[in-house]
Write a protein that binds this ligand. Structure first.
Ligand SMILES: [Ca+2]
Length: 347
């Protein structure tokens, strides 16, 4: 077995663990009430001693998100951008203004992991266009003439899921409006390159910082919806958190099935994990550049963001970082693209 296979199998097992005995976990403000005196003292001490990962009480957005129309006027570019992919297929993107945000999660955030800290101020100095949806199967097929998505081959968790993945069953071309899945990081990068050639603009994956900045859209809470994310707001594995009737979620949902965030981006939380351009390093935040961080210069794992239909809600938190080797292509992984503003057409 190669290292990559090991990674692949490990990850599938971790997904199995995720789908194991459910625990009652709900991202809500209730945990504040359960904070112990010791916890409060520790938080106060960390603040006093200047601990860079000091717990902070989650709260409302730090500020209103930068106004997209205002930024478009200032930059002399359109707020909305539509790329024509050919064959009547198009892709909608929207202007994400430059700005600053607090990247990562506070120590007090429920279910956070250490790699989400320390929270640090990041400046996104260059505005960019971002796809308002993950790349769909239709778009992917139009650009690459292939559709690796495995969705319709998966009919049940216990019986078929891992077998389907491992057998690499032939993909079925269905769900034109569902996000493309089963794409490796390299597949996503190739798509960007092919689309760049087709539209004559630089299309690329977002950096991890750009992704979180765009996801938050001015919010500082666990989700861009506040401290909670409900099944009516995103596609994630609600059955993990609540033992309710019904099966495990075995399908993605068409993009745009849920309301967008304040910047008009749909599906940032859940549906499919999204590849970022960056290598993953759990320690990166300790030494991240403050302006336009691009991640480590090398590595063996790539960053995935936003959680997925199969994963519990904690993976969908705005700050949650996930990672996997470039090679494996799972049916819970997709991506969305960005176009740099200076490269965007004037229409
Ligand atoms: Ca997503």
């Amino acid at each position: 077995m190669t290292n990559q296979d090991t990674q692949t199998r490990w990850d599938v097992r971790s997904v199995s663990r995720v789908a194991g005995p459910a625990r009652v976990i709900e991202m809500n403000l209730g945990f504040m009430k359960r904070m112990t005196k010791a916890g409060i003292l520790a938080a106060a001490l960390a603040l006093i001693t200047g601990g860079c990962d000091s717990p902070q009480q989650p709260g409302p957005p730090l500020s209103r998100p930068a106004d997209q129309s205002e930024a478009a006027t200032r930059l002399g570019v359109p707020k909305d951008l539509t790329l024509q992919l050919g064959g009547g297929v198009s892709m909608k993107l929207i202007l994400i203004p430059s700005g600053e945000f607090l990247m990562g999660s506070p120590g007090s955030e429920r279910e956070r992991k250490r790699d989400e800290g320390p929270q640090h101020q990041v400046t996104i100095s260059r505005p960019f266009y971002m796809g308002i949806y993950p790349v769909t199967q239709e778009q992917y097929a139009q650009v690459t003439r292939s559709n690796p998505s495995k969705h319709q081959t998966i009919r049940g968790w216990e019986a078929g899921y891992v077998k389907d993945i491992m057998d690499k069953n032939p993909a079925r071309h269905s769900g034109a409006r569902n996000p493309v899945d089963s794409v490796s990081w390299a597949d996503a990068a190739r798509f960007c390159e092919a689309l760049s050639g087709r539209v004559g603009k630089r299309v690329r994956l977002p950096s991890e910082a750009e992704w979180e900045y765009a996801c938050r859209a001015g919010t500082a809470t666990a989700f861009n919806t506040g401290q909670t994310l409900r099944p009516s707001q995103a596609s994630y594995n609600d059955n993990y958190d609540r033992r309710r009737g019904g099966g495990w979620p075995v399908e993605t949902v068409p993009v745009g099935s849920f309301a967008p965030n304040a910047w008009g981006l749909h599906d940032m939380h859940g549906n499919v994990f999204e590849w970022c351009a960056d290598w993953y390093d759990p320690e990166f935040y300790k030494a991240s550049p403050a302006v336009d961080p691009q991640g480590p210069s090398s590595g063996s794992l790539r960053v995935l963001r936003g959680g997925a239909y199969l994963f519990p809600v904690r993976y969908s938190r705005s700050a949650s970082r996930y990672n996997i080797a470039e090679g494996p292509a799972f049916d819970c992984i997709g991506f969305r693209v960005v176009v740099e503003v200076q490269d965007a057409p004037e229409s």
